[in-house]
Design a protein around this ligand. Structure first.
Ligand code: ASP
Length: 444
């Protein structure tokens, strides 16, 4: 099996981290393709090279001298090369780059973080360096030209004897203009590479051992999630539990390549495997994970005999559409409905939105309730299993927590609860304590 191993910024932040990467890559001959981010933070208060390069661009834009900033960046690379005894001419190459910043595009400047890190890592691992600008092809609108990219990556595969290092985060248009992915986009490069060369596994090496079943700032020592489906992961990430750049999922999901999140600093930890289906085990946890976010707003609209009318909800929704506000949930009653939206999205417009609903829907009453927190209890094993939601509500009731809203995703893989912001952490702890470790035995 071919594996693509992508290492994030903190995994390549200094010479010590380079050594860990090398021992991980060498430990498994199937790890034949490596993708790297730009060197990231070595400690909490350190800087990511990418952030420093963005700062270089700001200096250039405002005509401010940035010699010392460039020197800080150069030193990071020089130090790695020196400590590892590498022969790549990093000083000359960096000086050449520094002299070109006035004439190069901002994207090119930012992409050099990955380029330099990649050059050094390629030499250290003894792998050929393939420049992403030659193989990751962008359309001018910033999307990836998958067909061309696949052809080029496959050529590179043959050319380099079935193994190479590719810097993440950038590529170029056919006429050679460097383009970048979103921040954190090295994950996307890794996924595209895995897809284009038909890898059997996409390993994403970072500084955590995968997804946790709950936020460790709220729950003490939550268990790790070993297996999760893409769908469950979307539910959890949407509620704030992110480990991976979201867009990195699609290229591999479409062709059914699993992703494994691994920890460079604890390589023996299992991490998390994300794949399309994950039910090959007879004993599994009832819930996969819990995540949530605070500060939603509920707009409650009530109008007598609304159930006999057509179009009330549509009118209210088109108002939100006009304001560019996305709707999270629409709980409905017979003669009422609520629109649950992100508080941030309506902080400047809520009064106008209410006035417009008043005019277009003519409700008997309309109430705006801020401070709503949403909690998503996610688990593929909850579906078609009677009683789970009842138990969740029971546990919250016993703890004296009032549930203000309930919805369930249509595939029954998540139950979403609305509680007061003040009850948020308590509610998560209650649910986790009751169900976090519950194991079910599946019929085969
Ligand atoms: N270096 C880029 C960033 O900091 C991309 C990445 O790390 O994946 O966003």
């Amino acid at each position: 099996m071919i594996k693509v191993a992508k290492f994030g910024g903190s995994s390549v932040s200094d010479a010590e981290q380079f050594k860990k990467v090398a021992s991980i890559v060498k430990a498994d001959p199937e790890r034949r393709y490596v993708v790297v981010s730009a060197a990231g933070k070595r400690a909490k208060d350190d800087n990511k090279i990418t952030d420093l390069l963005l700062l270089v661009n700001a200096h250039v834009q405002y005509g401010v001298d940035c010699a010392s900033l460039l020197n800080t960046i150069k030193e990071r690379f020089v130090e790695i090369a020196r400590e590892l005894g590498l022969s790549f001419p990093v000083e000359e190459e960096f000086d050449r780059f520094a002299n070109s910043i006035q004439t190069e595009t901002p994207e090119y400047v930012v992409s050099r973080g990955e380029w330099f890190t990649g050059q050094l890592m390629a030499e250290y691992l003894g792998m050929p360096f393939v420049d992403a600008a030659d193989v990751v092809v962008f359309h001018h609108d910033g999307t990836v030209d998958m067909e061309r990219t696949q052809v080029r990556l496959r050529e590179a595969m043959i050319h380099n004897g079935g193994s190479f290092l590719l810097p993440g985060f950038y590529g170029s248009t056919v006429d050679g203009q460097v383009k970048l992915f979103k921040r954190g986009g090295g994950d996307i490069t890794g996924a595209i590479l895995a897809r284009c060369i038909d890898a059997g596994l996409y390993e994403n090496w970072t500084d955590v051992s995968g997804f946790l079943a709950a936020d460790p700032r709220i729950v003490d020592n939550p268990r790790g999630i070993h297996r999760i489906t893409f769908e469950e992961m979307r539910e959890l990430s949407y509620m704030g539990a992110t480990v991976l750049q979201e867009e990195a999922i699609f290229p591999v999901r479409e062709v059914n390549i699993p992703i494994q999140i691994k920890n460079t600093n604890a390589p023996d930890d299992f991490g998390t495997i994300i794949r399309e289906t994950a039910n090959e085990h007879a004993r599994e946890h009832l819930i996969t994970g819990i995540a949530g976010k605070k500060d939603f707003v509920g707009i409650y609209v009530q109008r007598a005999h609304m159930s006999n009318e057509i179009g009330c909800i549509r009118r209210a929704l088109s108002i939100l559409e006009r304001y560019g506000v996305s709707v999270e949930h629409i709980p409905t009653g017979v003669d009422s409905f609520a629109l649950v939206v992100n508080g941030d999205d309506v902080k400047d417009t809520i009064y106008s939105i209410v006035a417009d609903i008043q005019r277009d829907v003519q409700p008997d009453s309309i109430n705006v309730l801020p401070g709503l927190a949403l909690i998503s209890v996610v688990g593929r094993n909850m579906s078609r299993r009677a009683g789970t939601s009842g138990q969740v509500f029971g546990a919250l009731g016993e703890a004296g927590i009032n549930i203000r809203m309930i919805t369930q995703s249509s595939q029954e893989i998540s139950i979403i609860l609305g509680v007061q912001n003040e009850d948020f952490e308590h509610a998560i702890r209650v649910i986790y304590d009751r169900f976090g470790d519950t194991v079910i035995v599946k019929e085969r």
